[in-house]
Design a protein around this ligand. Structure first.
Ligand code: DQA
Length: 156
């Protein structure tokens, strides 16, 4: 979804959410908190409102859709990705991020290193610029700041 497409923006950030993140709010709140994905989206929109940033905030349960979103981002766009369980399984998402020249930040609501061992391995961490893990929905806001900083440094 593109917000405020009547304005002209300096930069564009794709926030990509993977499988089951559409269930936030009712899904394992002890790990993921009580906010819905829509609450997180609204919070991000509010946060960028005066920053001249176009936000594209999407969720898909489908690996190929996530890969296409990564491929859509241009070199000057930013990517923030919470790939959900695909983090721990998807060489295809790893390859898509590796082929992308967009600055990218990996986000997880929960601290995956404090959880089951199968969550400790991320196929994404090695091909992104930075990682924000375990800080709940605040991680998305921190990721916006982090990716924006990298994008600004690239153009200056
Ligand atoms: C998650 C962590 C993953 O292990 C899990 O499969 C998710 C959510 C997180 O945000 O903490 O779906 O990415």
């Amino acid at each position: 979804m593109v917000f405020n497409d009547l304005m002209s923006y300096n930069s564009k950030i794709f926030i990509i959410n993977g499988p089951n993140l559409n269930l936030l709010g009712k899904r394992e709140p002890e790990h993921y908190g009580n906010k819905t994905l829509n609450d997180i989206k609204e919070n991000c929109i509010k946060y960028v409102a005066k920053k001249n940033i176009e936000l594209i905030f999407e969720q898909s349960n489908d690996e190929s859709v996530i890969i296409e979103m990564i491929q859509t981002a241009s070199d000057s766009d930013g990517i923030i990705i919470n790939a959900g369980a695909y983090t721990h399984t998807s060489i295809a998402i790893h390859d898509a991020l590796k082929s992308s020249n967009s600055p990218a930040i990996e986000v997880h609501l929960s601290n995956i290193h404090k959880r089951e061992e199968f969550r400790h391995k991320s196929y994404i961490s090695g091909v992104v610029d930075g990682i924000i893990i375990g800080l709940g929905d605040q991680g998305y806001i921190l990721a916006i700041d982090a990716v924006t900083k990298i994008m600004n440094e690239r153009v200056s």
